[in-house]
Write a protein that binds this ligand. Structure first.
Ligand code: AMP
Ligand code: ZN
Length: 430
């Protein structure tokens, strides 16, 4: 099923020709109206007419996270201040957030991309869409909402409310599809289990769009099994409108990135040079059609790769592999590089492990993994707990090359965040 079949299946030569025209237009616009890019171009001796091919994108400057912060709130605006109709922000851990402004056309285009994404998973106007993401400055609420409304679903803006209320809405309105964080999906599965609700029997829920934070294939499997639904990976970031940047189609083999709106590059995060096709690197994105805040070569910090070959669905837009981590997520423990997702992969593949975990770093370099046991299927016998802790520590050591301490705790005892999960607590003194 297609929302915009012509755009989604545009032949590569036509798609690339359109990309080049939009890139040239974007570069001309920022050169005229955004002092930050004017200065960058001047220092590189670059003129808009130097961009003659898509490969010339490499001559353009990168835009970093910090550039957005430094030009908070409106420094990167390419239109007069009265043009934008919406603000979203992306908060970092410290300091000012990154502020993104959108014109009416920008919002409409973002909603189009979400509509395309939803329809390609099989969503229709018959669906009841429960949006369990937080509304407000975060894009996951409103941007997804606008796209789902465009498709014609009944949209329930439930936000991240209590599980009790989510369940009530889900039952009363026969929710069929939901947008939900992976960490919350796992938690919610536990909540349903506690209530004695069997989602396959008692709910109409069939699909979920899961993203906004990194998660592993093992976690996807766990969510699918626990809830009896199909989970589609959904990738986006505030700087590129939020959700609807890249999304899985019905074949669930990587996420089509909407290349008529975003020009993609995969680079080596250390050198800034492109990696050979198909290799892992940092995703870099340039907006091709945005009015209020065009962004050139945004360093997403997300690590992924392009998947080879065409997709059976017939879409010409290339597919990204699952995000394996963020380049700034990497932990260095006793001199070894560790990505939190390596830990998650080991934990979630184990049947006796439950649905929540946290990674704690303290002292000089002590790594502890605190993880909930599955609610059912484990007797809690002290010796059995000790044996399982030992077994997991060994498995983790084989994966990480560092032996963590493993603490098993009862199901439901670790805190759950209202927004994105905080998986790493770094209390190291160094
Ligand atoms: P935000 O701007 O707050 O929406 O955060 C965007 C970031 O969330 C991205 O740069 C990714 O690091 C992460 N993210 C979003 N979707 C996914 C996904 N499907 N898989 C992994 N990470 C994701
Ligand atoms: Zn496809």
């Amino acid at each position: 099923m297609f929302w915009d079949q012509a755009s989604e299946t545009l032949s590569r030569p036509l798609l690339e020709r359109a990309q080049l025209a939009q890139l040239q237009e974007t570069v001309r616009r920022v050169a005229l109206s955004v002092p930050f890019y004017q200065q960058k171009f001047a220092s590189l001796g670059l003129k808009p007419e130097d961009i003659q091919s898509l490969a010339d994108v490499r001559r353009l400057p990168f835009t970093a996270n910090d550039d957005l912060r430094a030009h908070y709130p409106t420094g990167l605006l390419a239109v007069p201040l009265e043009e934008p109709v919406r603000l979203h922000t992306s908060s970092g851990t410290t300091g000012k957030p990154k502020a993104l402004l959108f014109t009416r056309k920008d919002i409409d285009q973002a909603a189009e991309l979400v509509a395309r994404s939803l329809v390609m998973t099989g969503v229709t106007r018959q669906d009841v869409f429960q949006n369990m993401m937080s509304y407000g400055l975060f894009t996951g609420g409103l941007m997804m909402h606008y796209g789902a409304e465009k498709v014609g679903c009944l949209v329930i803006p439930s936000g991240p409310g209590t599980s009790e209320r989510q369940l009530m809405l889900m039952q009363d309105f026969r929710t069929t599809v939901a947008h939900i964080l992976p960490s919350y999906a796992l938690y919610f599965a536990g909540f349903l289990e506690q209530r004695g609700i069997d989602p396959r029997r008692d709910l109409a829920w069939r699909k979920a769009f899961v993203g906004a934070e990194p998660y592993t294939e093992e976690t996807r499997q766990k969510i699918q099994q626990a809830l009896g639904i199909q989970v589609f990976n959904s990738y986006g970031l505030t700087e590129m409108n939020g959700p609807g940047v890249a999304f899985e189609c019905e074949h669930q083999c990587g996420m089509h990135l909407w290349e008529d709106h975003f020009l993609l590059e995969i680079i080596d995060p250390k050198t800034g040079e492109p990696v050979p096709e198909g290799q892992q690197g940092e995703l870099v994105l340039t907006t091709l059609k945005r009015e209020a805040m065009p962004i050139l070569r945004y360093r997403t910090r997300d690590i992924t790769r392009l998947l080879p070959g065409p997709c059976p669905c017939g879409r010409s837009h290339r597919r990204l592999d699952r995000i394996t981590g963020r380049s700034d997520d990497m932990l260095i423990v006793r001199g070894v590089n560790i990505f939190p997702q390596q830990i998650e992969r080991v934990l979630m593949a184990h049947p006796q492990i439950g649905r929540n975990y946290v990674i704690i770093l303290e002292g000089l370099d002590d790594l502890t993994v605190e993880v909930e046991l599955a609610a059912a299927g484990f007797d809690g016998d002290v010796e059995h707990v000790a044996a399982l802790q030992h077994h997991l520590a060994e498995k983790l050591k084989a994966e990480l090359w560092v032996r963590p301490k493993v603490n098993l705790v009862p199901a439901g005892s670790l805190p759950i965040a209202e927004g994105k999960a905080k998986r790493v607590i770094d209390k190291r003194s160094l």
